[in-house]
Design a protein around this ligand. Structure first.
Ligand code: FE
Ligand code: CA
Length: 508
């Protein structure tokens, strides 16, 4: 059903009448809502052994400016319980949803027990939110028998339904990892459904965009099913932006656009308080341990990177600039931080969640060699630094989880890029898009044989990765959506791969 911004805004106009909110004295208002304020659902994220972030946003009219909320702070009660019926409430409190942050709520619920399920909900103005289920990380010294992780990326609202999320929610993974392109900022295209909005530039534009995406029932179900960890990529801000650079935008103008985008991103996702954007910068990189089984490191390859090399991209013939040693994907500070996060890990599996294709891939469909300038193939010196570090320090079982290309790829990461006979340092699992269109499969079929380190390359299906991590083995299902036009489409396993402890690369 096409979404009409105007009709949705119009439908709610009457709700803003005076007296809709009680006047408030010294503290935040206890509002009376004429319609459900929890239209965007609930979410949790970034689990620790004793803590998890709980999120919601009050928006009785999610497509109206301000979400249909008054420009005043509003009290929101939160509860987290050990049972679905909320008989054993473990922690509760009051948060304040303020207009400055689009009446979003980010609670860091602490004092929880490790490695167990919890249920949470919010109440405001006597209205209760839906119940979300979350799960704390195992204790630091625990060795869980299994950790179930789903990996998602690239969910263009107009190009497909979120049937993948329906399937993912039914899986009840311990964790959902999203590696970017949660929204797309562009102008409406009207494919399967429509944003019905112009390109997002201002804070209100980005807020509306998140509201449109988060109104989807399958996406809400996935947020309510499991805790998430996320890192934004380019489309949360602007296509292929690189650090402070975006096309020929005036730096100051792009900075204010990025500031708006980062704020809306924080407002709509279950991010820890330390991710609150400040002066147009936002912390995205972090790490979480899941007992001694998994260390998950989330990297930000977008905010600190050098601009893409060799004008004329996105697919470029290598030029001198491409291989320059000083070019960076992560920025010097994050690179140093990453070394500490890698060497400080005691976990069996080291998962690196990040946005773009990491392994060496020549994507040329002719006789030349061509690299995609926006992914790590456009930053070979930065990639070599990380690969060398993984090899020299014998980092345990590195598995890189990537997205961005709207295709499933399973790759060996070799000691020397482009030399498939050199040793294998790490395994890369690239998830296809949740809904964004892929590039033509015939191109992949042409370039794949040139890249012996690539085991599968499928751009003709949407879906997600379903991982089961056990001490001896990591199993990955490439889950494909049967019919992207159907909200209730079934999914099937397109292919499955295993990685064995101590043996980088897939089991053959
Ligand atoms: Fe994308
Ligand atoms: Ca992207």
């Amino acid at each position: 059903m096409p979404l009409s911004r105007r009709s949705l805004v119009g439908a709610g106009v009457g709700l803003a009448a005076a007296g809709w909110l009680k006047p408030f004295a010294s503290r935040a208002a206890e509002p009376r809502f004429a319609t459900d304020p929890f239209t965007l659902g609930v979410a949790s994220g970034f689990p620790e052994p004793n803590a998890v972030v709980l999120w919601t946003r009050l928006a009785p009219e999610p497509f109206a400016p301000g979400g249909g909320m008054p420009s005043a702070p509003v009290e929101v009660r939160w509860e987290i319980a050990g049972d679905e019926g909320f008989k054993q409430i473990e922690r509760n409190g009051t948060a304040y949803a303020t207009p400055e942050w689009a009446h979003s709520v980010h609670v860091e619920a602490t004092g929880l027990s490790p490695g167990r399920d919890y249920w949470y909900r919010f109440t405001s103005g006597g209205v209760r939110s839906p119940v979300g289920r979350t799960r704390t990380a195992p204790a630091r010294d625990a060795t869980p028998a299994e950790l179930k992780i789903a990996v998602a990326s690239c969910q263009h609202y107009e190009q497909g339904t979120y049937a993948a999320y329906r399937s993912m929610a039914a899986d009840h993974p311990d964790l959902i990892v999203h590696v970017g392109d949660y929204i797309y900022e562009g102008r409406g295209q009207r494919a399967v459904r429509s944003h019905d909005a112009s390109e997002a530039i201002t804070l209100e534009d980005y807020r509306l965009r998140y509201a449109i995406y988060k109104s989807d029932a399958n996406l809400k179900a996935a947020h309510a099913a499991s805790p998430w960890m996320l890192v934004g990529d380019d489309h949360e801000v602007a296509n292929d932006y690189a650090g402070d650079h975006f096309l020929d935008f005036e730096p100051a103008l792009f900075h204010s656009r990025r500031t708006a985008a980062y704020q809306a991103h924080y407002e709509h996702l279950p991010l820890p308080h330390r991710f609150i954007p400040l002066d147009g910068r936002q912390r995205h990189y972090t790490t979480r341990a899941f007992g001694t089984l998994v260390n998950l490191i989330m990297l930000d390859g977008r905010q600190y990177r050098s601009p893409q090399a060799c004008d004329g991209g996105p697919l470029v013939l290598p030029c001198a600039e491409l291989v320059a040693g000083e070019r960076t994907m992560l920025g010097a500070t994050q690179e140093e931080w990453l070394k500490g996060a890698l060497t400080g890990s005691r976990a069996r599996w080291t998962l690196l969640g990040q946005q773009t294709l990491f392994a060496h891939v020549d994507e040329s469909v002719d006789k030349e060699v061509r690299y995609w300038a926006d992914n790590w193939n456009g930053y070979p010196a930065a990639r070599a630094r990380l690969v060398d570090f993984l090899a020299e320090r014998k980092i345990r079982n590195p598995v890189i989880l990537s997205g961005d290309i709207h295709a499933f790829l399973v790759n060996d990461v070799n000691t020397r890029a482009g030399e498939p006979d050199s040793g294998i340092v790490a395994t890369e699992l690239v998830t296809s898009s949740i809904s964004s269109n892929g590039r033509p499969q015939k191109d992949y079929d042409v370039w794949k044989p040139k890249n012996a380190n690539v085991h599968i390359a499928r751009s003709d299906t949407r879906g997600y990765l379903r991982l089961s991590v056990k001490p001896e083995r990591l199993h990955a299902d490439l889950v494909a959506v049967d019919d992207i036009k159907r909200d209730d489409s079934p999914t099937h396993v397109l292919a499955a791969y295993d990685v064995e402890d101590g043996k980088p690369g897939i089991v053959r």
